[in-house]
Write a new protein. Sequence first.
Length: 276
Amino acid sequence: MTGSTADLRPANLGRGHAAVVDGWIMTRRNMAHVVRAPEEIGIYFSLPIIFVLVFGYVFGSGMGVPGGGNYREFLLPGVFAMAMVYGVAATATSVATDVSRGVVDRFRSMAVARSALLTGRSAADLLRAVLEMATMVAVGLLVGWRWRHSLADALLAVGLILLLRFALTWFGIYLGLLVRNPDSVGLIVFPAAFPLTAVSNVFVAPELMPPWLGTVAEWNPLSSTVAAARDLFGNPGVGGDSWPASHPLLLAVAWPLLLVAIFAPLAIRRYRRLDR
């Protein structure tokens, strides 16, 4: 972009309206980068497909579900959510790349709303997550996964998974602003994401784990989203008498809101301190 985003929006806009327009322009800019890089499109969409196919076929016929049920239907909602977690690496890498190349400094020197870079990044990543979810659901249907409740319930389940992705996006933005080295970001995200997904109810019911580990898994934010999604999809779920097992929908909303409340202010503060 050779000019300010102010050149692309109407004049005489109020401050709040201008921030919204600038944020949308930044969203389009971030999405255009993905469209113009075929290798990025391949990575973004092949990884979720691989998750569904590999885990669906490798584990889908080799394990059981407590209380009975199809393990593939038990597994797939967890795989959907797990792909959202690993998508944080793309967010953090993109932000770190913009910072390291001076792109952020250039936009900050223009007549652009300061919030546009952050809101544009979060909105673009959410749009990309919607496309990833659509791809995974389509592939999941091909391998035999089905939702058993109404379409409205299924859409609500997808919405909860996307809400988790939106919350984790702010963690990715903060990490990219903090590290500012694209080569180092991936080395941080993947080792951090692995225990989050492994010690959860994605693959195994917490009741089958040692008691202390099962408690950790039940309170895992990822587990709450997965449990709520299973209930809404009508897929085999995770039982238990614990408070997290009895209130998955509440926690599936509360955890992402808490993550946004923590990492959005941290990202904004870090963004404002880049020039110091």
